[in-house]
Design a protein around this ligand. Structure first.
Ligand SMILES: Cc1ncc(COP(=O)(O)O)c(C=O)c1O
Length: 416
């Protein structure tokens, strides 16, 4: 059979909805300056979909640093991989500052969080080592695992009893093979907003010999007294051996980093394939990231503002009777009961009647019959935005519960 024919015959669980959904539910175009209000299909909407937690994307100092970085160095510099010809003092400075901020000896830049995480996992383990990981781990962790040639054990989300069992099995295996154990959790789980049980996992180090890697994509900049992450929030930074953060969220940029003790970062520098065989992070992004990190460090008021909005939104939704799960972070899921067609009709009403743009998550990401509307509050939002949104959610949910959207077809977006 022709390979292309085979592929396009089955477009996959998302691709199958492409005709009905692209441009609206999938691949929507948000235009204008990044902020709480942006343009979608020609109209201004209130945006709750961007991980621009601290509002840095459009901060004047950030825009200035980005522009100056691009004007001075261009997008091409530096050419080549770090190891070959792409090393600069700015990359090294950013790494020193990141390491100091997250309380680790050393850090190394990654061009993308996703590939970087895959490569960190790939470099850290060989066939004799065992990985024990949380069942709700992000796709980049699962894909890192795909490269792993040794054993892996998954524990149900945040289930410490099962993690302990996994560690017992892993210990038996590695005692025989001479391998080591890597435990992987997220700091903040990006869909549900709940936190990895980092403190409990660190406690287990008293009984088991393992190293802990946390993916703190959503926690870096938002969690902890200084914004240094979820392990800072729990007061257990020393127990985290490998700390991963991305620039794609609070830092409102692109790129990522891994931080650890110096010998391990030296090892990764010389062994991490995603960085050895790929071009160095472009200079404007490095210059821009230095400015972003400075603002994360020196402007705690941005984090205070973020948390004011988070608390108002989450408290308001709970008081209005909504189920927002177990979130302890800015990520705010609103869990409703309904079908996929109902979800599409709710989304259209939210966007067209109330001009509210938020992300919608359905089966298979959440169980069948559940609709998750995911709100991401940021420092750019206002208390007025919060009030307006809770009112709109209340009105729409009343209609959902009354069965107004029941038996509806997948929303028709052709005339919107
Ligand atoms: C938990 C988690 N890990 C890793 C990533 C990947 O980061 P990046 O967007 O920098 O590739 C993301 C973001 O999409 C994420 O949510």
């Amino acid at each position: 059979m022709d390979l292309f024919e085979k592929r396009v015959r089955n477009l996959g669980p998302l691709g199958m909805y492409a005709k009905q959904a692209d441009g609206y539910f999938m691949f929507p175009k948000l235009e204008g300056e990044i902020g709480n209000k942006m343009i979608f299909r020609g109209k201004e909407r209130l945006i709750w979909s961007l991980n621009n937690y601290l509002g840095l994307a459009n901060h004047p100092e950030v825009r200035k640093a980005d522009a100056e970085g691009a004007a001075k160095f261009g997008m091409a510099a530096p050419m080549g991989a770090r190891m070959m010809s792409g090393q600069t003092v700015y990359h090294e400075q950013l790494e020193r500052e990141l390491a100091a901020f997250v309380n680790k000896e050393s850090a190394y830049l990654l061009n993308f969080g996703y590939q970087g995480m895959i490569s960190v996992i790939d470099s850290m383990v060989d066939r004799n080592d065992v990985i024990v990981y949380d069942s709700e781990a992000h796709a980049c962790i699962l894909d890192g695992m795909r490269l792993h040639m040794g054993k892996r054990f998954v524990y149900p989300h945040n289930n410490m009893e099962n993690l302990r069992k996994g560690l017992e099995r892993a210990t038996r295996l590695t005692d025989q093979s001479g391998g080591g154990i890597l435990v992987i959790t997220e700091g903040v789980y990006g869909m549900s907003g709940d936190l990895g049980k980092i403190r409990e996992i660190v406690e287990l180090k008293k009984e088991f010999n393992f190293r802990l890697l946390i993916d703190d994509a959503h926690g870096f900049g938002t969690m902890g007294p200084t914004g240094a992450g979820t392990d800072e929030h729990f007061g257990c930074q020393d127990g985290v051996d490998l700390y991963f953060g991305t620039f794609a969220k609070s830092m409102a940029g692109i790129g990522a980093f891994i931080a650890a003790n110096e010998p391990i970062i030296d090892f990764l520098k010389h062994n991490m394939r995603s960085q050895i065989f790929a071009k160095s992070l472009p200079m404007p992004m490095v210059i821009g990231a230095l400015k972003r990190l400075e603002l994360v460090r020196t402007k705690p008021e941005l984090r205070t503002k973020l948390w004011t909005i988070v608390e108002a939104l989450q408290k308001g939704l709970r008081n209005a009777g909504f189920n927002i799960g177990n979130t302890e972070s800015p990520v705010t899921p609103v869990l409703l009961n309904g079908t996929i067609p109902e979800a599409t009709n709710i989304t259209v009403e939210m966007r067209e009647k109330y001009n509210i743009f938020c992300s919608i998550v359905t089966y298979p990401v959440v169980p069948k019959g559940v609709i998750m509307l995911r709100l991401i509050p940021t420092a750019d939002h206002t208390l007025e935005n919060v009030k307006y949104t809770i009112q709109a959610f209340t009105e729409i949910n009343a209609k959902l519960v009354a069965g107004v959207y029941a038996n509806t077809a997948f929303a028709d977006i052709s005339n919107l």
